[in-house]
Design a protein around this ligand. Structure first.
Ligand SMILES: [Zn+2]
Length: 659
């Protein structure tokens, strides 16, 4: 019998094939020719059949199919550990998006991807699915390192670091796909970020683009309960139904997270053959919840494992994800049999390949598939002792005991990328230095920002801030009705608008911020005593400048005001005030013209804190823009106080918040 020629023969290893039969070959061999696996079997038989240019003795090693990271944001390695233990909205809108707006560039994406690739290879990952910006750079870096990757250019309804709007995002994505289709390692994909960060037009556009090029489509789906609510508010249906209606599910879709699904949602995903990337660490760390993987698998949905970005993980270690994936369902269902170790390893290999629609190429050690493999050493002390009662002993060892640093050699597409724990295709020293250089800049930017409340406000991005100055006087009043009568009967006062409101103010006070105060106001119009039409606003007040004018004290200060589109809890966690105070009051408000000039007249009854002596307060305010103008208005306010017969001895200098 003449033997067949091959490039490489890996012999005498414990070969964990992850094939359909779940075969484990104790004294096994894998034969590689070019970029493909051409044979897998018992070493003795293989050696009799194949003549390889190189034979590597793999005694004491497990050969695994290369692990598949089904969801990541490779460049985010550069933001690892930047802001942790924060709620998702504070983390995302307070830190990630502002930093990304400022720093994400082609170079950022290139260096971040190299860093990620180094880390992923070290933990046995040979293929990753990525969603980020400047995806061309991610693809280029992956290809240079020799990693397999599904790269999706991310598209959002908001401006992103590489697109002003989603039309531009879709256009970039089209160019990206055209540039990379047919590449041996990189599969270009379409990446609408998530249903709640999309519009119907965006989702339709993304679906059409994916269909036109038969490209995969990656998306975040039902990651948080809040996101599901937002999607319902936008589309009137669940996130899964929204994707179905937009035609997205007709394509080759891999959905990340799927934490908050209904039974019906799972049935829809199964019907369309959508793959799911389960990201246990990220979901736990951002407190998004725990995906019910058992229910997903029961519904027949292919499930892979993802690390998500390092900013929410904080590493790219799929061994950790396997372990968590096996442990979480046990706790969730109070059933130790809910998800066995073997199933977790399946998700990290062939399951991930299926979820990405790549199981014809990778995910198991079988002839005809690409030579993507990880060799794991079982020689360290944590691998002692070993049992061999059933294949499950080995699966347990790989999932519950093995560490990513047990991975010694990694091959992708028939090419070694790591031998004896040495990376062969990444200059690790250079990548480390460059990553730290970029991180130092990010750190300096954030620490500058943390010192200025205004910069922190501006960093929230979408808000429109305008600075205004005002003069005002506040005075204690005993007889409210008499004052109102005088105001309304004054011939020189014209009332433009009047309302009664209930205002709940929360003030954030800070230790080192030069008397800056932030006020979060819930302002309800009172209609026959009922609170209607709430309005939420956020105001940053600069230091108050006091000036004495004639017989009244007037204050002027700068204010930035904007609609507060996030919760009080968000602002509290984002600004981290040293102290918080509440002021609740009923306010009767008149917008008036006095001698042709605009003033606001407020008559306030404090609920909390109670006013000393139970009196009410009159406030007269006007916007101003110059010292000259402020003087004129101060004189007019003084006049108005006389007209209203207010006792100027009862002037109050303190703000309610200081009562
Ligand atoms: Zn993600």
């Amino acid at each position: 019998m003449t033997s067949k020629a091959a490039d490489l023969l890996l012999s005498d290893a414990l070969v964990v094939t992850m094939n359909a039969l779940g075969e484990i070959i104790p004294q096994g061999a894998v034969v590689i020719q070019g970029r493909d696996i051409v044979a897998v079997g018992p070493s003795e038989a293989i050696r009799g059949e194949w003549q390889a240019a190189e034979v590597v003795d793999c005694r004491g090693m497990v050969i695994l199919p290369g692990l598949v990271n089904a969801h990541s944001h490779a460049p985010m390695s550069l933001l690892r550990g930047l802001a942790d233990d924060l709620r998702l909205d504070v983390w995302l809108f307070g830190y990630m998006l502002p930093v990304e707006r400022e720093f994400v560039s082609p170079a950022f994406c290139r260096w971040g991807t190299w860093l990620s690739c180094a880390e992923m290879i070290r933990s046995g990952i040979t293929c990753f699915a990525d969603m980020y910006y400047f995806e061309h750079e991610v693809a280029q870096a992956a290809a240079q390192v020799g990693m397999r990757a599904v790269c999706a250019e991310t598209i959002m309804k908001w401006p992103t670091p590489d697109a002003e709007n989603f039309d531009e995002g879709l256009a970039h994505c089209r160019e990206f796909i055209e540039a990379w289709q047919g590449h041996p390692l990189v599969i270009p994909a379409v990446g609408p970020h998530a249903p709640e960060t999309s519009t119907l037009e965006l989702l339709r556009g993304a679906a059409q683009l994916a269909a036109e090029y038969d490209a995969p489509l990656l998306i975040h789906l039902a990651e948080t309960a809040g996101g599901v609510e937002e999607t319902r508010a936008l589309f009137g249906v669940s996130p899964v139904e929204a994707l179905e209606r937009a035609g997205v599910l007709n394509g080759r879709v891999t959905a990340a997270h799927c934490v908050h699904l209904t039974e019906e949602d799972r049935a829809i995903l199964a019907r369309y053959g959508v793959g799911v990337a389960h990201n246990p660490t990220s979901n736990l760390k951002l407190a998004s919840g725990v995906a019910d993987v058992v229910a997903l698998l029961r519904a027949g949905i292919p499930v892979g494992l993802g690390t998500d970005g390092q900013a929410s993980n904080n590493d790219q270690d799929l061994f950790e994800e396997m372990r968590l994936a096996a442990l979480l369902p046990k706790g969730l269902h109070q059933d130790p049999t809910a998800l066995p170790a073997r199933q977790a390893l399946t998700m990290a290999t062939i399951g991930g390949a299926r979820a990405l629609g790549m199981d014809h190429l990778i995910g198991s050690l079988e002839p005809g598939k690409r030579a993507d493999l990880a060799l794991v050493a079982l020689d360290e002390v944590h691998h002692v002792p070993r049992f061999d009662l059933s294949p499950d002993n080995l699966y347990s060892q790989l999932v519950y005991t093995a560490k990513s640093h047990d991975v010694r050699h990694v091959m992708i597409d028939g090419r070694w990328v790591m031998r004896d724990s040495q990376l062969l295709t990444v200059d690790e020293d250079q990548v480390r230095a460059e990553a730290q250089r970029i991180a130092t800049q990010v750190g300096a930017f954030l620490s500058r920002r943390e010192q200025s409340l205004l910069d922190k406000l501006v960093a929230l991005g979408t808000l429109q801030w305008t600075e205004t100055y005002e003069v005002q006087v506040k005075v204690g009043i005993q007889d409210e009705e008499a004052l109102v009568n005088r105001l309304l009967s004054c011939p020189e006062v014209m009332v433009l608008k009047q309302s009664e409101r209930k205002q709940y103010d929360t003030y954030f006070l800070f230790a080192n911020a030069e008397a800056d105060i932030i006020r979060y106001r819930e302002d309800y119009l009172l209609d026959r005593g009922l609170e209607v039409r709430p309005n939420y606003s956020l105001t940053l007040r600069g230091p108050t400048v006091e000036r004495e004018y004639a017989d009244s004290v007037l204050l002027s200060r700068s204010r930035f005001t904007a609609a507060a589109d996030r919760s009080l809890r968000f602002y509290r966690e984002y600004f981290q005030p040293q102290e918080e105070r509440r002021v609740d009051k009923i306010r009767r408000r008149w917008r008036i013209k006095y001698q042709g000039v605009d003033f606001a007249v407020n008559l306030d009854r404090l609920i909390q804190p109670p006013a000393p002596g139970g009196e009410s307060y009159l406030e007269i305010k006007a916007r101003t823009w110059s010292k000259q103008d402020a003087m004129q208005k101060a004189e007019m306010i003084s006049e108005l106080l006389s007209v209203l017969a207010v006792d100027k001895a009862r002037l109050v200098r303190d703000e309610y918040v200081s009562f």
